[in-house]
Design a protein around this ligand. Sequence first.
Ligand SMILES: [Zn+2]
Length: 374
Amino acid sequence: MRKTFAVTARDTSSAARTGKIRTPHGDIETPAFAPVASQGTVKALLHEQVENLGAQLILVNAYHLYLRPGLETIAESGGIHDFISWPKPILSDSGGFQIYSLTPLVKVTPEGVKFSSHLDGTKIFLRPEDVVDIQQSLGTDIAMALDYFLPFPSTKARLKEAVKLTSLWARRSKDRFLEKPARQQLWGITQGSVFWDLRQQSIEDLLAIEFDGYALGGLGIGEPKAELMETLEKADGLLPRDRPRYLMGMGYVEDIVEAIDRGIDLFDCVLPTRNARNGTLFSSRGKIVIKNQKYARDKRPIDAECGCYTCRHFSRAYLRHLYEREEISSAVLNTIHNLFFYLDIFHKIRQSIALDSYRELKRQLLNQLKESEP
Ligand SMILES: [Zn+2]
């Protein structure tokens, strides 16, 4: 098995580690946060801005791009990197989550998943092999195998079935993936919610298949926090140390720092970008809802400790005005701040692990986040 990941430092008081994921478009230093660019763009920002904010990779959605603009259009441009003109690593989500959560009339059989397009109702049937083909055609750096995802709460019997099917599909995904020599990586997604016997089975099944990385799917969707953290802790003991671990869709900093403490390397979430467009801004002293009247004449930046372009130039009063007037620049400036806030935290996290002081940073971050709105 080729080596596409190396641990570079370990924190001795927790399971936190730094590492490097090697991809054809450069290295990703972990722990890393992938801004979501489902349609090939981080909403409200230019790629140049996303890069300057310190993003090491972006996440696109195979399902959305397969529907529109379609694989042929992207292939004609020479693949996803050339089509969207983003030079750094790209991870593609298989689209499983979107299929199960967005589309009507989903029917899952051992062969694959049948559903209607959420756009125009067209009937679509995708096998795990098709999902590998789609992502190989896109030419992303990291592709995800199709999993079977169930909402929370689901009965244990159904979750057991989902784990079984996910393992079967993972095997078929890997077989298909190996048919073409590729520099792309294929990662597997484990399921089983917070039932440890199911999650353990899922992890063991996928380890036997061997993937470049392992994702924990179906978490952060409403299960009790303590059970989620216990699952991560146990998974840390079972997952190989020399492969990256990806916790899909988890976005709150409070949860991210706990997950990193338990050995997670990669995250993605729409939270910083979506909240920015909704006028909810993160700061080192709690959240700011910029539309509130109390900011109407507030000359302070969002966060006095933040070094982003928005905080270096603009007051809360001005940002509130832009938001109230529904100016496009409101979404731009707010997204710059929120994404900087996230990426800067990840930068600090990597530094603290390298210095073997992760727990100290974690305590500090959690204390700050508990403070009320400034
Ligand atoms: Zn800022």
